[in-house]
Ligand binder design. Sequence first.
Ligand code: 13P
Ligand code: SF4
Length: 314
Amino acid sequence: MDIVEQIRTLCQEKNAIIMAHYYQRPEIQDIAHFVGDSLALAQVAAKTDADIIVMCGVHFMAETAKILCPDKKVLIPAPEAGCSLADSCKATDLAAWKAAHPDHMVVSYVNTSAAVKALTDVVVTSSNALKIVKQLPKEKPILFGPDQNLGGYINRMTGRNMDLWNGGCHVHARFSEEALLQLKEQYPNAKVLAHPECKQSILQHANVIGSTQALLDYAKQSNSQLTVDNNQFIVATESGILHEMQKACPEVHFIPVPAEEDNSKLSCNECEYMRMCTLENLYDCLLNESNEIVVDEAIAKDAIRPIQRMLEMS
Ligand code: 13P
Ligand code: SF4
């Protein structure tokens, strides 16, 4: 048996589900039972009847699944897969920010540690942030963290004036506006799809701004109306999403926006943390049931409330 078959057999024997984010390596997306964005991963984890969840993503995604499913075994093939955005906000710093603004409510992006979520009133993802913030009382001041680009986008879209944490994702922060403008010149009919974690200098050129799922859905919906002269999308998010986009829309030309330091070769933008999961470490993790996620009980008890609130408000 090859490694793919061995992984499938282990899943059956152990009643395990493999979940993968759209930024995972193509071979991981292909073997997963479910591929989705951060919101969908949380929603599916909350409902699965599998005994074991193998989260092919980064640490906060596995932690969120564990908080939602405390009785299940949640495994992560690459336990060292962190997230620069989650790391940009420590729980102690958030606690100090909160203490300095006692009248504010705290809205946190899902890309945060369990300890940060435990200090949060409502968690959001890029899929539902706009929808959820619109539902919050207008007169209530908000601390939003840690992604300042997503927060700025929500402020512009809602007219709110949320206080923003000064954090960001190193992958989305490094897209080059200059390279994007060159691509727009080269492909004048192409629509620009951008993730809200990108800087405003990128977002200002976007035709569509949304989560990985929203960008994918837009490409799929547009697919039927595209012609041979008008079948290009310029994509400003982590390039792993191109695998699913290309699978869903094989006739379409998806063009990744290069990073600032990458102008010379139009190569992809990859999150090194997301790429840490491989077929080999996935197999080992499943076979040995290793790298189990453990969340402190007291933290999990406080962290589940804002996550459940998010799921209800989505
Ligand atoms: P979404 O999955 O919500 O699109 O977020 C992208 C991301 O950066 C996940 O790490
Ligand atoms: Fe974190 Fe950015 Fe990687 Fe997503 S792409 S996991 S936000 S570092």
